[in-house]
Design a protein around this ligand. Structure first.
Ligand SMILES: C[S@@+](CC[C@H](N)C(=O)[O-])C[C@H]1O[C@@H](n2cnc3c(N)ncnc32)[C@H](O)[C@@H]1O
Length: 543
C-alpha cells in the first residue's frame, strides 16, 4: 500500500482520502469518513510538531507506521532537530539513583527527601521538578519510602519512569497529550513474558504501593510501560545512564545504516544531525540498536525491544554493502573466498538460519557449523580481559584464520586496540614502539574506511577514530628525519583532525567524546602553529 492509496476503513474498497488528523486510516468518501469517526476518534492520535516543520514532515505507511521524510536537502553535520525530553527517569533495572539528578546514590552520599523519603543527593535534587511525581504520590500514599540496600539493583525503581508518565496524565494534560500519541505496541506485547512481568512489577506494584486503584487501571499502566519501552532513549549523561522520551525524535524510523546521528546536550537534550548527505524526500533514520553487532543479533534485539523485524538495506544485503562484516573465511585449501548465507532475514524464528556458501568455491558450511564457530569465538571475546593490547593482538592472531578482516568480532577488537595503543602506559604515543604506532594508524584508517560505508550516521565513532589517527600521523611525522616528510604528514594529520572536529562538534563536554572534541580544537590550533614553523624551515609549501 502506498502513502496515497489504501483500503476504506468502512467498506474496504480502494480509497485515497486519509484522516486529516493522524493520516493513519483511509476513507473512500466523505460519508464513510463521517460515519467512521465515532470509532476512529478513540484511536486517532495525530502527531503535530512545529520543530520538525523546517526540515522534515511526518508520513505514514503500513510497514513503518509514522516516519519522517526530509522536506529539503540536508548537508552532513547539519542539525535536523534539537529538543528537550518530555519525560526522564531511571532505567527499569537500576541500582538506587538520586531521583533529582539520576546519578547513583550510596548511603553516604545521599539523604532521604524530607517529604517522601526517596534518597536524593542534595537539596537542589530534592526540589528538582523531575522528582515531583513520585514525591507527590508517596506523600499521598501516607507512608515514606525507606531504602536500606544501595549499590545493588533495587526493585522499587522499576516503576518510576512509568509513574512519572502517569503523573502527566493525571496533572499535566499538555505533556500527556504528546506522550499519549506515541507507539506502545500494546497488542503485540500482550502474552509476552515481559508484558506479564511488567504487569506484576510495574502495574500491580503502582496500584498497590501508591494506592492508585481508583485513579489508573492495570491496562492503562501497561500501555504507558509500552510507550516507555518503545520510545525511550538511553542517556549516558548520568552514571548509571537514565532513560528519556523525546517528542519529535520518537518519529524517527530505525535503519541499521542510519543517515542521522544522535548526540546529547549537557542538560539532557537531544541533537539529531545528518550523518551523510540527505536528499529531499529521503527517509530520516537513526539506529535503535548497536550497529556494530552482527545482523541476526541486531534483528533479534529490535524484535524483542521494538516489535519489528528489520528489513533495511543493510539487513537485506548479506555482504553489508560489500564490507563482508559477517563473513567467515572459507576453510577449503587453497581457496581464499568467504562464506555467507543466502539471506539473513528469511528465518526470523529459526535460530540457525540457512547454510553458508563460499563466494569462490563450491564449499558449503552448515548453519550449525557456522553457529558453533561464531558462538565459540564470541565466547572467547566475552572472556577476554578488557583493556589489554596484548590480549587483543592474541585474539586477532587466533581468529584471523576464520573471520573476514572486517568481521564484527575482529572489528570490535581492532577498535579496542586502536584506542589502547598509546593509552596503556603513562608515556602516551611518544612511548609507543614504531611497530605499534604504525599498527594504530593502520587500524584507525581501516576502521574509518569501513564505518564510512557501513554506518555513515555514526559520526561519533568515526570522530574518535580520526582523532586517534591524527595523533598517530603527527607522531609518525615527528619520528622522521626529513622535514619535507614531516610537513606532508602534519598536513595530512591536520586535515584528518579537521574532519574529527566536524564530526564531534555536537558532543557535550560532560562526556568523553566532548572532551576529545575540545582537545581536538586545541590540537588543531597547535598543529597550525607547528606547520607554520615547519613551513618556514622547508620553504614554500601549501598549508
Ligand atoms: C519510536 S517508534 C517510531 C514511530 C512509529 N512508527 C509510530 O508510528 O509511532 C518505533 C516503532 O516504529 C516502527 N519502526 C521503526 N523503524 C522501523 C523499521 N525500520 N521497520 C519496521 N518498523 C519500524 C516499529 O513499530 C517500532 O516499534
Amino acid at each position: 500500500m502506498s502513502d496515497e492509496q489504501g483500503e476504506c476503513d468502512i467498506c474496504q474498497k480502494p480509497a485515497s482520502q486519509k484522516c486529516g488528523a493522524c493520516h493513519n486510516v483511509f476513507y473512500c468518501c466523505k460519508e464513510h469518513q463521517k460515519s467512521g469517526w465515532k470509532k476512529h476518534k478513540k484511536v486517532c492520535r495525530p502527531f503535530k510538531c512545529n520543530m520538525l516543520k523546517l526540515k522534515a514532515e511526518v508520513h505514514n505507511d503500513d510497514n513503518l507506521g509514522r516516519h519522517l521524510r526530509a522536506t529539503k536537502d540536508i548537508k552532513p553535520g547539519e542539525v535536523v532537530l534539537q529538543e528537550s525530553p518530555l519525560i526522564w527517569g531511571p532505567a527499569q533495572v537500576t541500582v538506587p539513583v538520586c531521583l533529582g539528578c539520576g546519578n547513583a546514590v550510596t548511603e553516604k552520599n545521599s539523604r532521604p527527601c524530607n517529604k517522601c523519603g526517596w534518597p536524593v543527593c542534595s537539596e537542589t535534587c530534592e526540589k528538582a521538578p523531575g522528582h515531583i511525581p513520585e514525591c507527590r504520590y508517596t506523600v499521598l500514599r501516607g507512608d515514606r519510602v525507606s531504602l536500606k540496600n544501595f549499590g545493588v539493583i533495587h526493585p522499587l525503581y522499576q516503576c518510576i519512569t512509568v509513574l512519572r508518565c502517569l503523573y502527566q496524565k493525571q496533572f499535566l494534560p499538555e505533556v500527556w497529550k504528546k506522550l499519549d500519541v506515541l507507539q506502545s505496541h500494546c497488542e503485540e506485547r500482550k502474552n509476552t513474558h515481559k508484558y506479564e512481568q511488567d504487569r506484576v512489577t510495574i502495574a500491580q506494584f503502582i496500584l498497590k504501593f501508591f494506592k492508585l486503584n481508583n485513579v489508573f487501571t492495570e491496562e492503562e499502566i501497561l500501555r504507558v510501560s509500552g510507550i516507555v519501552m518503545i520510545n525511550s532513549h538511553e542517556v549516558p549523561l548520568t552514571e548509571p545512564p537514565h532513560v528519556a522520551i523525546y517528542e519529535s525524535t520518537s518519529m524517527f524510523e530505525h535503519d541499521c545504516s542510519a543517515n542521522c546521528t544522535k548526540s546529547f546536550t549537557n542538560k539532557g537534550g537531544l541533537v539529531i544531525a545528518a550523518g551523510k548527505h540527505i536528499r529531499k524526500g529521503d527517509h530520516l533514520s537513526i539506529c535503535y540498536t548497536d550497529p556494530l553487532w552482527g545482523t541476526p543479533n541486531r534483528r533479534h534485539h529490535l524484535y524483542q525491544s521494538k516489535f519489528f523485524w528489520c528489513s533495511c538495506k543493510r539487513c537485506l544485503d548479506t555482504t553489508e554493502f560489500g564490507t563482508l562484516f559477517s563473513a567467515l573465511k572459507c576453510q577449503s585449501s587453497p581457496c581464499n573466498g568467504y562464506l555467507l548465507p543466502n539471506t539473513f532475514i528469511e528465518n526470523n524464528n529459526n535460530e540457525k538460519g540457512c547454510d553458508w556458501a563460499c563466494t569462490k568455491c563450491p564449499n558449503i558450511f552448515s548453519a550449525y557449523a557456522v553457529q558453533d564457530l561464531v558462538e565459540r569465538i564470541g565466547k572467547d571475546l566475552a572472556d577476554m580481559p578488557k583493556g589489554v593490547s596484548k590480549d587483543c593482538k592474541q585474539f586477532m592472531k587466533e581468529n584471523e584464520q576464520f573471520l573476514h578482516p572486517n568481521h564484527f568480532y575482529l572489528t570490535d577488537v581492532k577498535f579496542a586496540l586502536s584506542q589502547l595503543i598509546g593509552q596503556e602506559k603513562p608515556g602516551g604515543l611518544p612511548g609507543v614502539s614504531d611497530e605499534d604506532l604504525e599498527l594504530k594508524a593502520r587500524l584507525c584508517q581501516g576502521l574509518v574506511n569501513l564505518f564510512r560505508i557501513l554506518i555513515p550516521g555514526e559520526s561519533r565513532v568515526r570522530g574518535l577514530l580520526l582523532f586517534e589517527l591524527h595523533a598517530s600521523m603527527a607522531e609518525i611525522g615527528r619520528r622522521r628525519d626529513d622535514p619535507a616528510e614531516l610537513h606532508t604528514l602534519l598536513l595530512e594529520s591536520k586535515s584528518i583532525l579537521q574532519e574529527a572536529v566536524d564530526l564531534l562538534k555536537h558532543e557535550p563536554d560532560s562526556l568523553p567524546e566532548g572532551k576529545i572534541y575540545k582537545q581536538a580544537v586545541v590540537n588543531l590550533k597547535e598543529l597550525e602553529f607547528v606547520l607554520r614553523t615547519v613551513h618556514k624551515t622547508i620553504g614554500d609549501s601549501p598549508m
